[in-house]
Design a protein around this ligand. Sequence first.
Ligand code: LLP
Length: 490
Amino acid sequence: MNTDAVHASPLAPEWLAVPDNLNVLQAPMWAAGVEKSDAGEVTIDGIPVSELKEKFGTPLFVMSESDFRSRARAFKDAFDEAFADICGGVDVYYAGKSFLCTAVASWVAEEGLRLDTCSGGELAVAARAGIEGPNLGLHGNNKSDAEINRALDMKLGRIVVDSLDELERVAKIASSRGETAKVMLRLTPGVHAHTHEFIATAHEDQKFGLSMAEDSTEEAGLSAAEEAVAAATSYSSIELLGLHCHIGSQIFEPDGFAVAAQKLLGFLAAMQLKYSIVLPELDLGGGYGIAYTPVDTPRPAAEIAQAMAVVVRSTCAELGITAPRISIEPGRAIVGSTTFTLYEVGTLKTVRVDAPEAESQQGNVTYPRRYVSVDGGMSDNARPVLYDADYSAILASRESSADPQLSRVVGKHCESGDIVVRDVYLPADVAAGDLLAVPGTGAYCWALSSNYNYLARPGVVAVRDGAARLIVRGETEEDLLNRDMGVANV
Ligand code: LLP
């Protein structure tokens, strides 16, 4: 027996435990309906992954439609219930940037949610899916005039304005059309949250939003946020609905949301008083975290909703204001865990790596790291490269009783950084032709996919009631060459 393989590898990160049983699906990372069959194969709604591979090929995004719908509904119901006595419920805008196609847009609408878009292209998907303008929001720090016009054509429920510049542009365009634009102002409250921690600072050094810091404009004492409120109320072509903030992504603890809510409510109250206006809406953005690995511990929507409701209720009471209608914009927390990516294993190799520092003092010790190459990579999941994001993986096409082996799942791109799962224990007998499934790939994977190295972007299959259908087809070689104008044009 290879003893390197059974014990925790010194090369593994501290958080990664050797699983008791490599054949078991670890619950928080997988969609409802994903199970192991008696034969040891991963199935979704009873469909074995080998059948999906046969029919649709790999790599493949495999999404549970029922899981998507129930997560969407869970958010809506949890927030509606928690905020019922505060503002009559919550408007939940699914953040389309996390994953969007017409099928998903239609599920969002059917489950009673609205849709948050951030480009003309996303608006085009929404329109194709038949989503009504009033149920749409438009974000973006650099909206084009065409996008603003499109938003007005579609009679959008809200344009979330990001800067003083843009406010003026929206006002002018709406005025030239003889219309009124419904506007929210995106503020940066100086609260940043990431996973378990948040930090609060007075200033924001980033491209999004209007700063709430009092010295953020030339005019002493007036923040960019206040300047925008004053300007918005002076334009007859602007209907100022309220304020917006988004404090970050993959957040587990509600504290950051609570501090941001307090800050924005305080500002909202001050503006209402100073400018004799009513700001009826407050959007607290998205960012709710999900489990990518066994150590991630996201909270249920109901728990976050309750914690946020407590703060909004008490802050409004302290300020003596009627609570605005609250809205939120979850993306990842709705779609992230609904999907796994199915890959086929190709080349394998094992390298010996120097021991980490503490160990190496005892001599020149090396440990094995096995590279498992799959048929996709950074073109279908850029998150490990972009954000150092961790993922997990399981041998999906069969059971194995082999020992755990520390593995690095890598793609097939011409980049050494092309990593899909940096560290995971997989059975030592994983071989070419096996299928691997990587959970938690519903958000910001397909959405960020590329054709790097002329790889075709994978299709997306939705599974519901035991049937699988393509909701986005995979690209073909013809697609890859479609925009190339050909040698005749050189
Ligand atoms: N609202 C606004 C204004 C946003 O900018 C975002 C995400 C969301 C809502 C949705 O956040 P979520 O609930 O999905 O975390 N590509 C990165 C994340 C970028 C997030 C951009 N904005 C990643 O993959 O981690």
